[in-house]
Unconditional design. Sequence first.
Length: 353
Amino acid sequence: MDHPRGGVHYPRSVGEFQAWFPSDADCLDYLEWLRWPAGFVCPDCGHGGGWRLGDDRFRCRGCGERRSVTAGTIFDRTRTPLKVWFTACWLLATGKDGISALSLKRVLEIGSYQTAWAMLHRLRSVLVRPGRERLAGTVEVDETYISGAEPELRGGRAMGTKVLTGIAVEVREPKGFGRCRMAPLVDASGTSLHGFVTDHVEPGATVITDGWQGYHGLAKLGYVHDRRSQRAARARGDDAGELLPAVHHVASLAKRWLLGTHQGSVDDAHLTSYLNEFVFRFNRRRSRSRGMVFYRLLELAVAHDPVRYHELIVSRRPRAVPPVPPLRRGHPTSLERPPANRPWRMSQASPSG
Ligand SMILES: [Zn+2]
């Protein structure tokens, strides 16, 4: 939906959130409406229309297959109650700094750290919308070393090697920043940097970089290349570190977030997904409502293929302990019932087809 409205399509406050989703069934209704706003469409054969069965599944009118609302989404075959998922989504989307796996485990009284960790990683994996627009206008580009792990916290072990990361930030006139992108780089060669720029910046944009040779040739790729020489800045008596203020601002926010909210516990193998979360929240920092960000997150989650646990284990040391189902407790009772005129409640009232 292009223009979802607060209080109608998404909750505007934590009070509304609690009132709208007192049970797993309410969460399921909402997911059904998000996934099939115009009624059931079969994920197998693409046929529209079907019957809702007693067990919350649909039977397709075309091929006869039975499909649940969550099948083929990020919530596929989850053993975690949807209420817990929704609260995790709310905290991830509406918290100024999101939430760490450790805090999520405590707040929701989830049985194991691994379950909380895997939930947040499944949610992070949906944040990059397929076909999203590249940055445009005037864009600062630079590369910097980022580490999610703080070496001192790791007892001096060889964790926390730093990852070279490309950063691109839109610069607004007369001042201020637009959207940003961050992604790990193989190295600082021209091939890597040109790839980063073409992946994340729309041709025709003005790209501001420092004098590093890896950025040579951007003009041939269709960009207006504005090179700022550190040597020239020093010769003018300017601060060479302030040539690219936007990327330095965003880099320091990201580093502070990794070491603050996540206490430097991010291993480098998962750094990309944390950077995606940082970028997702940064680019929506001026959303009219935090509830809108929650809505966008769930919209992406129901449109995303399932992510299996083994796909999340990208580090070299797989976890031996499987996820444990969380305890079914820990939610405050809501103060008010949700109004009956929500769009997904109307779709529920009349079986589609
Ligand atoms: Zn079908």
